[in-house]
Design a protein around this ligand. Structure first.
Ligand code: GAR
Length: 192
C-alpha cells in the first residue's frame, strides 16, 4: 500500500476521548521491532481523557482540540501535516470527523468499533447485541469514510455472548480482543 514507503516506520497519530486502553496497546505494539508504525502524536477532544497520561509516560507529543468547529479541525489538520503524520488511528474517539477532514487523509484513517459491523453502528452496541439475543458480538477495524462506521472493513474479531453477560461484562471481553485486533488490522492494511 502507498502508506508504506521504504523502511521507515509510518508516523501515526492516535485520537482518543477517554480511557485509552487501545492507545496503550498500540503504544506497546509500536515499540516492537516488527511494528510498522511509530506513534508521533496523541490527540484528544477531551482534556480530561484518562488516556492522555500515556503521552507523558511514553514521551509522546499530545494535543487537545475541541473539534467543535471548522477552525478547530483546520488546526488539527495543520498540526498533523506539520509533523508528517501519515496514518490516523481513532481509538475510542467519540467525535465525528467532517468530510473535509477525511478528504485530507483519505484512506489513512482507521477506526475501531465495538461490534461486528455492519451490525450496530453508532452508540450502545453491547446493549443492542444483548437485547437482540445475539450469540456473538465483537469488534471491527475499518477505514473511515464520510458515513458513520461504514468504511471498508479491514478485520474483525468475534466474541461469544453468554446468558449471564451484561453490557459491562461484554464490553470488557470485547476490549481484550480489540487490543489484539488493532495491531493485526494495521499490519493487514499496510499489506493490502
Ligand atoms: C472501545 O471499546 C472502542 O471500540 C469504543 O470505545 C472504547 C474505547 O476504549 N469506540 C467507539 O465506541 C467508537 N464509536 P479505550 O478508550 O479504553 O480504548
Amino acid at each position: 500500500m502507498a502508506l508504506l514507503t521504504g523502511f521507515n516506520k509510518i508516523n501515526t497519530a492516535i485520537f482518543i476521548s477517554g480511557t485509552g486502553s487501545n492507545l496503550k496497546s498500540l503504544i506497546k505494539f509500536s515499540k516492537l521491532k516488527k511494528s510498522p508504525i511509530t506513534i508521533g502524536m496523541i490527540i484528544s477532544n477531551n482534556p480530561k481523557s484518562k488516556g492522555l497520561k500515556y503521552a507523558k509516560i511514553n514521551k509522546i507529543k499530545k494535543k487537545v482540540f475541541n473539534f467543535n468547529s471548522t477552525i478547530s479541525e483546520k488546526k488539527v489538520i495543520n498540526e498533523l501535516k506539520k509533523d508528517n503524520i501519515n496514518l490516523i488511528c481513532l481509538a475510542g474517539f467519540m467525535k465525528i470527523l467532517s468530510k473535509e477532514f477525511i478528504k485530507n487523509f483519505n484512506g489513512k484513517i482507521l477506526n475501531i468499533h465495538p461490534s461486528l459491523l455492519p451490525k450496530y453502528k453508532g452508540l450502545n452496541t453491547h446493549v443492542k447485541a444483548i437485547k437482540n439475543k445475539d450469540k456473538y458480538s465483537g469488534c471491527t477495524v475499518h477505514l473511515v469514510n464520510s458515513k458513520l462506521d461504514s468504511g471498508k472493513i479491514i478485520d474483525q474479531k468475534k466474541v461469544r455472548i453468554n446468558k449471564l453477560d451484561t453490557p459491562e461484562t461484554l464490553a470488557k471481553k470485547i476490549l481484550v480482543q480489540e487490543h489484539k485486533l488493532y495491531p493485526e488490522a494495521i499490519i493487514k492494511l499496510l499489506n493490502l
